[in-house]
Design a protein around this ligand. Structure first.
Ligand SMILES: NC(=O)c1ccc[n+]([C@@H]2O[C@H](COP(=O)([O-])OP(=O)(O)OC[C@H]3O[C@@H](n4cnc5c(N)ncnc54)[C@H](O)[C@@H]3O)[C@@H](O)[C@H]2O)c1
Ligand SMILES: O=C(O)[C@H](O)COP(=O)(O)O
Length: 527
């Protein structure tokens, strides 16, 4: 088996490359490339490990013809075009916890630095000014910290702030009342927070809802003398409005680790009194960088080598223990999806995916994704488990999952029922022996077959001599039959034939079979 190839394109702790190699991947560390240079080389790689410097744009993804997974050694993935990666079938993972403590500590450090104006006091002292009377600070004890975003980092900041005897008020629409009680903080709306907070710290992702959450209007609503910290993402604060609020004294201090434009080489905020900043250093500690480097390498190699999916942002997770159990089911799901996709074409409006017995105990999401990937292969060669659910949604396909815990005739069964304008049709399969996927039913008729290679599907009226006539038609056309599977609803009723053949059946031969007495449908299939 060829080893998966990984590119590490941003500065990352060397443990990442070591872990990739230990886990059976080839790895190149090539940093500091321009987008054009990256686009020229990315085609050779199965996995891409990045931090925040590499911008994974549409152009990079278009050039990444072999890419299966992108791993972000860190949290924010706003440098990756996730919708486009999903459409291209590329998994995007991050390491959501590896640098949270470090970043929370940076926010607390910024809060102290603001409260005691440490950077400016340090600079003036080292200039020999000994400015003992110029730096009157404020205590943190008893002050109110307004937390915008109380997720992983926000809740660590809250914990540390409570330890400093501050009161914490949080605005986070997704924070439950129970979680707020558990954290020992007050849940509030944004206006209440703005009216109460002596310090405000931001810990949300940058989204359409959070962009400029500290707008000019909201800054005006904040308490006079507020101090503001942003170690989350540039764009959460209106930088021009912040500059004006610092100049007017409405905001007593601001500390930014992140900027709208990065690298921030120039900013109207630079040089403003009571403004301090760091160059996106939130995650920059030895501990955090080792954590995220190891985690990203473990996650990417786990996916490329074993099929395990952890911390993916665009597909359901799949643990390394689950992956081998699910593997035969995903193969079955893909084949059955492919069968109905080829039989019904683009007329399908809805699909029901039912599992029975052992199959019903498994994680259903990957099975559903594999069915959809198989089904939509008729529309596109590049469809896979990652982009199939998105493509299905785009096409308006109605997808339903049903689990039946009881066992039927089979200890484990997967049934797919699709609906078209002509009604509903189903196919079903099971897992035999050591994980072999097997078709067991088509259109309610029992037929056992391996779905493999080129096949021919025929629906006919059950009648004596039909099989002989079909065999002759194929023989005359020099089409060799490998296996032959037959089922019928009842004697003289509808019958189905599924044949494996050595090579694709040419169109004129399909047409001649269509002309045989009693034939209702003929379809060449490929698996
Ligand atoms: N400066 C750095 O180096 C650095 C390092 C790590 C993380 N970060 C950034 O910090 C931020 C927070 O990271 P995290 O790990 O805590 O993420 P998280 O997903 O755990 O938490 C984000 C929180 O924001 C909340 N939220 C979402 N929309 C909101 C809205 N409209 N208003 C208020 N709250 C909202 C969510 O409910 C969630 O609780 C991210 O932007 C991340 O990229 C920066
Ligand atoms: O989202 C993150 O994890 C931080 O912004 C850290 O980014 P970095 O890895 O580029 O330092």
């Amino acid at each position: 088996m060829t080893k998966p190839k990984i590119l590490i394109s941003d500065k990352m702790d060397p443990r990442a490359a070591e872990v990739f190699r230990e886990r059976g991947c080839e790895v190149d560390v090539i940093t500091g490339k321009t987008p054009e240079e990256l686009a020229a080389m990315i085609g050779a790689y199965d996995g891409l490990a990045i931090r925040s410097s590499t911008k994974v744009t549409k152009a990079i993804l278009d050039a990444a013809t072999n890419l299966k997974v992108i791993g972000r050694a860190g949290i924010g993935v706003d440098n990756v075009d996730i919708p486009y990666a999903s459409a291209k079938g590329v998994i995007v993972m991050n390491t959501p916890f590896g640098n949270s403590i470090t970043t929370a500590e940076h926010a607390i450090a910024m809060m102290f630095a603001l409260a005691r104006q440490i950077p400016e006091a340090n600079a003036q002292t080292q200039e020999g000014l000994w400015p003992k009377n110029g730096f009157m600070g404020v205590e943190l004890t008893g002050k109110t910290l307004g937390l915008i975003g109380a997720g992983n980092i926000g809740s660590i900041v809250a914990d540390r702030a409570l330890g400093l005897k501050m009161k914490v008020v949080a605005y986070d629409p997704f924070l439950s009342a129970e979680r707020a009680v558990e954290l020992g903080i007050e849940k509030a709306d944004l206006d209440t927070l703005l009216g109460k907070a002596d310090f405000i710290t931001l810990h949300t992702p940058l989204t359409e809802q959070t962009r400029n959450i500290l707008s000019r209007e909201n800054l005006a609503k904040a308490k006079k003398g507020v101090r503001i910290i942003n170690c989350a993402r540039g764009g959460l604060i209106d930088e021009a409005a912040l500059k004006d609020a610092l100049d007017s004294g409405h905001v007593a201090g601001a500390a930014l680790d992140v900027f709208v434009e990065e690298p921030a080489k120039a900013s109207p905020l630079f040089g403003t009194p009571n403004f301090i900043c760091t160059p996106h250093l939130g995650a920059s500690t030895d501990e955090a960088q080792v954590n995220v480097a190891i985690q990203v390498a473990e996650q990417l190699s786990d996916y490329l080598v074993n099929g395990g999916i952890t911390n993916a942002l665009n597909v359901p997770s799949l643990s390394a223990e689950e992956a081998p159990k699910l593997k035969p089911y995903m193969a079955l799901a893909e084949k059955l999806g492919r069968l109905v996709g080829q039989l019904e074409g683009d007329a399908i409006t809805s699909v029901a995916i039912e599992t029975e017995g052992a199959a019903a105990q498994l994680n259903q999401k990957p099975i559903v994704a594999a069915v959809l990937a198989g089904l939509m292969r008729v529309y596109s060669d590049t469809v896979n488990m990652v982009n199939a659910p998105f493509l299905a949604k785009e096409r308006g396909l109605d997808v339903r999952e049903v689990r039946h815990d009881r066992e039927g005739v089979y200890a484990t069964l997967l049934r797919i029922t699709v609906t078209t304008a002509d009604g509903s049709r189903s196919v079903a399969g099971t897992i035999f022996g050591k994980g072999e996927p097997r078709l067991v039913e088509i259109h309610g008729i029992k037929v056992e077959a391996d779905l493999d290679g080129d096949m021919l599907f025929v629906v006919n009226v059950d009648a004596p001599g039909f099989i002989g006539r079909l065999g002759s038609a194929l023989g005359q056309a020099d089409v060799n039959i490998g296996t032959f599977h037959l089922g019928r609803r009842d004697a003289g009723g509808e019958a189905v034939l599924l044949l494996s053949v050595d090579g694709a059946v040419p169109e004129p031969v399909l047409w001649s079979i269509c002309q045989l007495d009693g034939v209702k449908k003929v379809k060449a299939l490929r698996f």
